[in-house]
Design a protein around this ligand. Sequence first.
Ligand code: DGL
Length: 275
Amino acid sequence: MSSIRRPTIGVFDSGVGGLTVLRALLNRIPDADYLYFGDTARLPYGSKSAATVAHYAVGAVSYLQDQGAELLVIACNTATALALDEIKAGSHVEVIGVVEPGADAAAHASTKRSVVVIGTEATVASHAYRRALEAKGVAVREKACPLLVPLVEEGWTEHPVTEQVARIYLSEAFSEDSRDADVLLLGCTHYPLLKPLLRRIVPDHISIVDSAESTAQAVARQLQIDPLHTPNDPERRSVPRLKFYATDSAEKFRKMGTRFLGHPVEDVVHADLKE
Ligand code: DGL
């Protein structure tokens, strides 16, 4: 897609987690309007089959295109990992998922060429991150951490129970063949909220990489935004229009979303996807 002066970007996730990606997009590309779709009635995607996730995701992105999205960002790691090809096939606009940009950032950060990826059961079982990283010559250890999503949604981002759970998962992840790994790649929308806790658990020499920022950079490249553009310069910053669609309660989305986005989520509409 050639450079659109003020694009409308559609961001899709299974729920509120993708707001961590929207946050990075707003920071990098403020001269855009955003439509965010959270499939809150049907989450979690992380424990579902590829066929189910593809079916849900294709319907959701078609809805976003009907609302005027000119570019689609698949913020959900599970949907990207399991259904990116189907989503692309069912879309008439450009589609960017989080796996490739995340793998790129991790590969750049790893001097030892060895990365540990954590994500949902479905993301790990798909081996999408493994394929992306191995194609860049990087060794990979994948570890499913299914308890972390509900703990983050509970708001327990600094809770001793979450810390204990994360310690168990990470000690399993960084064992034997992955002892050399020097990057931890957060392959799930919810994990950026655990960064401070994870930073305390993993040794200092291990970099923590999440795909939100690198996905925002990939979107900026796609839109041919000047790399010298300084998104945080208040002089140049415009106010993006934000509209949110949720398949479950709009009120619930507003409340929980505010925590994930880092500022108030206001314009939420209930989306009814006809099966
Ligand atoms: N958005 C999902 C992901 O990034 C996590 C939540 C879910 O399982 O639906 O994988």
